[in-house]
Design a protein around this ligand. Sequence first.
Ligand code: 23J
Ligand code: MN
Length: 260
Amino acid sequence: MPEGILAQFAAALAAGAIRVIDLSQPLDGTTPIIQLPPEFGTTWPFQLQEISRYDSRGPAWYWNNFACGEHTGTHFDAPIHWVTGKDYRANATDTIPAEKFLAPACVIDASREAAADPDFLLTRQHVEAWERAHGRIDRGAWVLMRTDWSKRGDPSAFLNAREDGAHVPGPHPDLLRFLVQERDIVGWGSEAVGTDAGQAFRFDPPFPCHSTMHGNNRFGLASLANLDQLPPKGAVLITPPLKIVNGSGSPCRVLALVAA
Ligand code: 23J
Ligand code: MN
């Protein structure tokens, strides 16, 4: 390691040579939350309750209570979230080693395909074509699927639910096995409400992104935004979840560092 590498990093930040791109969605009562079939439990939407605002309840201070599910808005999925990941050591938001929260990102642009087909599934063949153009996916990298889904401002268009379930793009089951076994990625990131496709409850295995990623002690990021501002390769993500003891996930302010 070159000496002064962090001083160089700080100088690059100060000189504006590194851009910081916020990949997070705003959190408020309108933030879309995942809809599961009615027989399953459900997550709370985000809510804010004012404690005081420079008034009789607190003359010089403003603060709020908030409540939400762990999997609300832009969020991190820990391995313990899924039954396949339940027995790993250090598999929860408080025990995952902190160095795992800094990792490079590969961004696969599927925005054209997703616009044409809301049930589009990214396959190994797509990723291999991406690798021919941009180089091999790095070990320990995030793979982020750009769909421009985050640009669907209306929550009903974002969730895109019909009687037969949600129609939202995501990864093909075979791709996830390839990315874990042959590329050793740290996790999968999506612009949609969850990491899996809308129809993934019908897949084999059901919810293959959750099942395969967490079953191999890997992570997920959901409801990402601004993926159109990232290069295909070269960004570094900062993704620390809240240190919830035994947490299965947490809302997360996901940041990307990009060379300006
Ligand atoms: C629970 C059950 C199914 C799914 C999810 C949660 C998520 O997408 C999530 O936020 O982890 S698909
Ligand atoms: Mn989740």
